[in-house]
Design a protein around this ligand. Structure first.
Ligand code: ZN
Ligand code: ZN
Length: 256
């Protein structure tokens, strides 16, 4: 399994992009900096875009890809819970902000949506996908993706403390999760349901206790202004827990 980090941040500029991951050039996880990172042909070759939740930094490029699909006379396939589809249909793809790509043209919509149910696995192009609810300020699911050769990655999307409730359901070879802010923002993390390195530590200890191992961990969704601080705290945590924990970078490729 090849995982390409398209976007690793919660802000965007000429050098960083909003969260989006690409697996084997086939599946995309979240669509923050998705269209802005890929040639149109590569966007339209994706078998699926899996969305974790409806926040702007995770869905931003879906309307753009709908327009690309229109002019390239094809469609894109998007998977999410009903909440995300409803938010897109109500607020963006509603004929006011942008075209109604979820419904138009009626016989062949440019965005083909599949509503998924949490805790039920499904298949896309030989990949087994399991959506697992996580603890965030709007309904959010993480995705465990298992490749045809059995490699597993679990991407949590945005999450606060409480990941331990996911651990019985997943057994990743690689965990991709979020750390938004440094340890001094722990109270903010508990309130707004994001992680700091200190909050992540509790979740990883629970993982190790339950599973008997700790996979490497890659972090996304960093606030760029505090990234150096997050990186230093993460390096200390990595050493303490004796497992690689690294901050993702745009353009990075990970092979499992
Ligand atoms: Zn969010
Ligand atoms: Zn976010």
């Amino acid at each position: 399994m090849n995982i390409q980090i398209l976007g690793a941040h919660n802000c965007e500029s000429s050098s960083i992009k909003l969260v989006s991951l690409l697996i084997d050039d086939t599946l995309a996880l979240d669509a923050g900096g998705l269209a802005s990172s890929l040639p149109i042909e590569a966007q339209l070759q994706l078998k699926a875009v899996l969305l974790t939740h409806q926040h702007y930094d995770h869905i931003r490029d879906i309307p753009t890809m709908g327009m690309n699909a229109l002019f390239y006379e094809t469609d894109i396939r998007v998977y999410s819970t009903r909440a995300v589809r409803d938010a897109l249909a109500t607020h963006w793809l509603n004929g006011t902000i942008y075209s109604e790509f979820l419904e138009k043209p009626p016989d062949n919509p440019r965005i083909k949506f599949t509503i998924i149910e949490p805790n039920q696995s499904f298949q896309i192009d030989g990949y087994d996908i399991l959506a697992v609810p996580v603890n965030h300020s709007v309904p959010t699911v993480g995705y465990q993706v298992t490749s045809p050769d059995g490699k597993k990655v679990f991407y949590t999307g945005d999450t606060g403390p409480g990941l331990a409730s996911c651990w019985p359901q997943v057994s990743p070879d690689l965990l991709i999760t979020e750390v938004t802010a440094p340890n001094r923002y722990e109270e903010f993390g508990r309130r707004s349901l994001h992680l700091t390195p200190s909050l992540l530590k509790e979740e990883l200890i629970a993982f190790q206790k339950l599973k008997g191992y700790l996979s490497p961990v890659v972090l996304v969704h960093m606030n760029p202004k505090q990234e150096a601080e997050i990186e230093a705290e993460t390096a200390a945590l990595s050493e303490e827990l004796n497992t690689p924990i690294t901050l993702a970078k745009e353009g990075e490729q990970i092979n499992l």
